[in-house]
Design a protein around this ligand. Structure first.
Ligand code: NAD
Length: 487
């Protein structure tokens, strides 16, 4: 629970239906990126904390799996109502610790609520198949059963939504859950857990701990953990996938991205530019679906860049909690320095800065960086290849759609991509040939809704079954086939 210690709130754990004090555990500050000030502190879990939590979740699982699915979803209906009632409070907490604008935070909360809505349909989603007379007098059918304690390890950029890609589905399927959110943004998941407590899940069904690699490693190696869902950067995703799989666990590990936005000469320029701005600079580029490379095909480049630079220069950067702000700060000072390093590199490697975000100054000690656009970027440059995760858009000029597809497919990432065009033929060709998990056609952020699966390809995803949608039901259940004959 959030308690008061040393003048700052201390965010701690929710285990077996009870809030725990931080006690003598290490606590680290939680910072408001718009002011640079510490707004809370968060306790870090030890391996012993993890063991205790997983044991509680396992004990709860043995009872929860016996509860009929129609009863299991009842707390989710109550939870949905509570989330609706407190949506603005959640969004405000999110802005305070993550930095994204309030409008953006509200959209995130909306997406989180949609996950709960879909999980409410679990009685239908969990149904198996059946076929009578597979042989003379023999019938066969499949059932889906829960697997046990499931774990979620989540990133800083969507503290309301990404955890809900996981646990509402897992729990409605009859599993129990341990969430370890990003230690940079523990307050939003804590507030969401306070509401879940009110919704009335039995003790131990959902548990929340905080911490770093120590907690994560203890979860990955715990024998009672059956499935691990991870969302974060590619190196960590790969590590989680390999470590948990070696322990015989089910894993879905969603990693980083380098998303290309392709603009054809026949695109609707004003509408495409608005979508490109939302994609590249929304949430200060701290989205796994953020457009990072703009691929201008043929003669579209000059008019596209003219309009883009004009509109982006008018963007207001500032504290995301204030009305009228288009882009908030980056999440931490370190991250800001890292993104600035990429801008330095872009200049050093010979790209042309059309807009340089380093020149944008805001009041106070917040981690602000303005939108940056580089023209004349070449595919081999660092800014064209690596995930920057900030408000930096690299423009590569190509002559044909074919050249664009070859360029996009040369990336080691394959999360999302978009094409802007008036041609159905070009859109069809692009979407069928491109190597990415999520494709937008005249859409800047191709984020699948809760009832569709979400994940990339290549180094953007390690695993088989994607997040949310029907994939989540398959991920969080084991399938059994029954053959029946009556004498
Ligand atoms: P991150 O990989 O640093 O951290 C993610 C989680 O892993 C956190 O809970 C963190 O505590 C834990 N962690 C960090 N280092 C670890 C280590 N060495 N061992 C074990 N656990 C560790 O990611 P982040 O900076 O919080 O989030 C940004 C990244 O997430 C970006 O790369 C972004 O593309 C990615 N992301 C991907 C998706 C997707 O759907 N593919 C969605 C959101 C974010």
């Amino acid at each position: 629970m959030i308690g008061t210690e040393a003048a700052l709130e201390t965010v701690s754990f929710y285990v077996n239906g009870k809030w725990e004090a931080a006690g003598s555990r290490p606590v680290l500050p939680v910072t408001n990126p718009a002011t640079g000030a510490a707004i809370a502190q968060v306790a870090y879990a030890s391996a012993a904390d993890v063991d205790r939590t997983v044991q509680a979740a396992h004990a709860a699982y043995l009872k929860w799996r016996e509860v009929p699915v129609v009863e299991r979803v009842q707390p989710f209906f109550r939870y949905k109502a509570l989330l609706e009632k407190h949506a603005n409070d959640l969004a405000a907490a999110l802005t305070a610790e993550n930095g994204k604008t309030v409008d953006d935070a509200r959209m995130e909360v909306r997406r989180a609520i949609q996950m709960v809505e879909v999980a409410c349909g679990m009685p239908s989603l969990m149904m198996g198949d059946s076929l009578n007379d597979v042989s003379s007098g023999i019938d066969s059918h499949t059932i889906r059963q829960p697997i046990g304690v499931c774990v979620g390890i989540t990133p800083f950029n969507f503290p309301a939504m990404v955890p809900m890609w996981m646990w509402p589905f897992a729990i409605a399927c009859g599993n129990t859950f341990v969430l370890k959110p990003s230690e940079k943004v523990p307050m939003t998941p804590t507030m969401a857990t306070t509401l879940l407590h009110q919704a009335g899940l039995p003790e131990g069904v959902f548990n929340l701990i905080h911490g770093d690699k120590i907690a994560v490693d203890a979860l990955l190696h715990h024998p009672l953990v059956r499935a691990v869902s991870f969302v974060g950067s590619t190196p960590v995703a790969k590590y989680i996938y390999q470590t948990a799989a070696a322990e015989g666990k089910r894993v879905q590990a969603l990693g980083g991205a380098k998303n290309h936005l392709v603009v054809m000469p026949d695109a609707d320029l004003p509408k495409s530019v608005d979508a490109i701005i939302g994609s590249a600079f929304g949430a200060a580029g701290e989205r796994c679906l953020a457009g990072s490379v703009l691929v201008a095909v043929g003669e579209v480049a000059d008019p596209l860049l003219k309009l883009l630079a004009e509109k982006v220069s008018a963007m207001k950067v500032g504290d995301g909690s204030q009305q009228g702000v288009d882009m908030g700060p980056l999440v931490t000072k370190d991250h800001k320095t890292r993104v600035e390093g990429y801008i330095d590199k872009g200049v050093a490697e010979g790209a042309t800065p059309l807009l340089d975000g380093r020149a944008v100054k805001c009041e106070g000690e917040g981690f602000f960086l303005g939108p940056t656009i580089f023209d004349n970027v070449r595919p081999e440059m660092t800014i064209a290849r690596e995930e920057i995760f900030g408000p930096v858009l690299s423009v590569i000029r190509v002559k044909t759609l074919d050249e664009a597809i070859t360029l996009v497919n040369s990336s080691r990432f394959g999360n999302a991509t978009s094409i802007f065009t008036g041609s159905g033929k070009a859109a069809r060709e692009y979407s069928s040939r491109v190597e990415a998990g999520m494709v937008g056609i005249n859409i800047g952020v191709a984020a699948p809704m809760a009832f569709f699966p979400f994940a990339g390809w290549k180094n953007s995803f390690f695993g088989d079954l994607h997040a949310h949608g029907k994939d989540a039901v398959m991920f969080y259940t084991e399938q059994k086939v029954l053959m029946t004959r009556w004498f």
